[in-house]
Design a protein around this ligand. Structure first.
Ligand code: AGP
Length: 613
């Protein structure tokens, strides 16, 4: 959570910082702030709110200067208000007078003890944040050597953090230190930058370097000096930035979510075409670092993730068990460590994550690595924390996803896990695995998804109806139990309607008590072995006067008779269907949220990347 940007060079810092905050807002957006060095002082502006609303009030004259840091926040310690916004200052009491300005991503776990100690030493805190502790510690430790002062942060603070710091006495200098949370250094011509991810660096810096674990960096316009935790100077390779790596415009769409939904056919095509031929004879997966022999030796697969990625894991586990015949289970990453899972080299642990930065998923993966399990990550950002930890990476190739509600990354995850299950089936010589049929369906998938997107009006009509609902139920069976959970998650995330997703077989065991005229039920009953029983559940809901929104395959003879609204999708293989079935549920959530006037790309209380536990 939280985004950090820093700039030092020959240009004005403020526009670079504002643009950086804008590009990093997916990481949190409840407040933002900047600090710029000008005429011997650190000038800070910060407030709760979105950068679009705050930036116009930050006067360029008062903030004229060529070195500064900026921050976009997702609150962990203290409500979003001006005092708790970053930068936090230390050394003096006025906003334009601090000795130190500091921005932070992560959590200081021993904050209470440190706060008590500092208070006993006479420090008066002005915020509820753990970040202010870092600022005071740095200010008090600084005796002219920023590396020595930064080492104090590493020595005294527990937890995960990345910080960027300015000191009033170091005009053209940024100081950064990192443990756990990511931080990049962008190198340009007579200018250098710091950023939480690559986006703010693309188009500005030519090369990038990642700050390693427990490392310190001192950045000036002409130099970048790297130090390890002992204060010894170290060297690090840089890599050239590919200037196509950022794709941040809405391309005329009113929301990133809508744009990203429409990117799905193209993204899926790239993923499929890169991995499998239309007959399913060739499966290109050699880069994953798993041999056929390993696939044959695995006795279990644990898929770990959070949120949307967890829903994808439920689908992946279903495929690996039913098709590739490996016992497989999807587990919420945040629950993994506490169950002390039985792990060794015969278990494959697959971490699934769009960002590759989710702390819960990272910790689950570390548990697997520590126990000697084989590991693989299904990611959208290969160059990420999880990407560097895992034994192999399957890149879902969804491209940058900015909307907080995951859409193209979800279908990218499903498609990646399906390809993986095909690979596992082949490696394990499962004679009846329908590899050729699924390969054929995968090559037809981009068109099926495109067609589903063209049926926008069907879901929009249903949205017009459900927009007044307070509660919704989503039901699916087999691999579409995951679709039901994901549909419900999309709805609650962006429209704030309480929505529950359940395997339909669970209905009679409790959830059916909720059914009423006021509670619409979305049922996924596309062609396949589960359709008949799904329609049985639909009838049960109807018998209790519940409204039905039915996801059905084109030409379904019963759909119109049983449903108040039909969301039709093209026919495909039943195991591929969950990828297509996700589309009308994305549209339904989007159109409902739009009608309810919700902030679709930045829903309340959420952040795109959850880098705290
Ligand atoms: C999905 O719409 C959400 N943004 C959220 O559930 C997300 O999937 C979850 O936080 C995991 O993120 P990751 O894929 O980046 O690990």
């Amino acid at each position: 959570m939280c985004g950090i940007i820093g700039y030092t060079g020959s240009s004005q810092a403020l526009p670079v910082l504002i643009q950086g905050i804008r590009l990093l807002s997916y990481r949190g957006y409840d407040s933002a702030g900047v600090s710029v060095w000008r005429e011997g002082a650190l000038h800070v502006r910060k407030d709760p709110g979105r950068i679009e609303d705050l930036a116009p009030s930050w006067d360029p004259d008062g903030l004229a200067g060529t070195t500064g840091i900026g921050h976009t926040r997702w609150a962990t310690h203290g409500v979003p208000n001006r005092a708790n916004a970053h930068p936090q200052q230390a050394g003096e009491t006025t906003e334009d007078g601090g000795l130190v300005s500091l921005v932070h991503n992560g959590i200081v776990e021993n904050d209470l003890a440190l706060r008590e100690t500092l208070e006993a030493e006479g420090v008066a805190f002005r915020s509820d944040t753990d970040t202010e502790i870092l600022a005071h510690l740095f200010a008090r430790a600084f005796q002219g050597d920023p590396v020595a002062a930064a080492r104090v942060l590493l020595d005294r603070c527990r937890g995960q953090f990345a910080v960027a710091i300015q000191h009033r006495d170091l005009p053209d200098t940024l100081i950064a230190v990192r443990r756990g949370s990511p931080l990049l250094v962008g190198l340009g011509v007579r200018e250098n930058l710091l950023a939480s991810d690559l986006r703010p660096l693309v188009g500005r810096a030519d090369r990038v370097m990642e700050l390693g674990e427990s490392e310190i960096v001192i950045v000036t316009p002409d130099a970048v000096h790297l130090f390890d935790a002992s204060g010894a100077a170290i060297e690090r390779e840089t890599r050239a930035i590919d200037h196509t790596e950022r794709d941040t415009g809405k391309d005329g769409y009113p929301h990133f979510m809508l744009k990203e939904m429409h990117e799905q056919p193209e993204r899926l095509y790239e993923l499929v075409a890169g991995r499998i031929d239309p007959e399913g004879r060739v499966l290109r997966m050699d880069d994953l670092g798993l041999t056929d022999e390993q696939w044959r030796s695995f006795e279990r697969v644990d898929l770990v993730a959070a949120g949307t990625a967890f829903n994808a894991c439920a689908y992946g586990a279903y495929l690996l068990e039913s098709m590739a015949r490996i016992p497989a289970r999807a587990l919420m990453a945040h629950e993994y460590e506490s169950r002390d899972p039985v792990l060794d080299e015969r278990v494959l642990v697959i971490a699934v994550s769009q960002s590759g930065e989710t702390m819960d998923t990272k910790i689950a993966l570390q548990v697997a690595l520590d126990a000697g399990a084989a590991t693989l990550a299904v990611l959208n950002v290969r160059e990420s924390v999880i990407g560097r930890m895992a034994g192999g990476v399957l890149d879902m190739h969804a491209g940058p996803e900015i909307g907080v509600a995951s859409t193209k990354a979800y279908t990218g995850m499903l498609c990646s896990l399906l390809l993986l299950a095909l690979k596992a089936s082949r490696a394990r010589c499962i004679a009846d695995a329908p590899i050729a049929e699924i390969a054929q369906a995968l090559w037809a998938l981009p068109d099926a998804v495109r067609t589903a997107l063209e049926r926008f009006d069907e879901a929009a009509a249903a949205a017009q109806d459900v927009r007044r609902a307070d509660h919704m139920l989503y039901l699916g069976r087999g691999p579409d139990a995951a679709t039901a959970s994901e549909g419900a998650l999309k709805m609650k995330e962006i429209s704030y309607i309480h929505a529950e997703g359940h395997p339909a077989g669970e209905m009679k065991h409790g959830p059916i008590a909720l059914v009423s005229r006021e509670m619409p039920t979305v049922a996924i009953a596309t062609a396949g072995p589960w359709r008949e029983r799904m329609l049985g559940n639909v009838r049960e809901v109807r018998a209790r006067e519940g409204e039905i929104i039915l996801v059905a395959t084109d030409g379904d003879p019963d759909a119109a008779k049983l449903a108040d609204f039909v969301l039709s999708v093209p026919a495909t293989h039943p195991l591929v269907a969950p990828i297509v079935n996700a589309i009308p549920l994305q549209i339904l959530a989007y159109e409902t949220a739009r009608r309810r006037g919700c902030d679709i790309d930045q829903p309340r209380n959420l952040a795109k990347t959850v880098t705290v536990q």
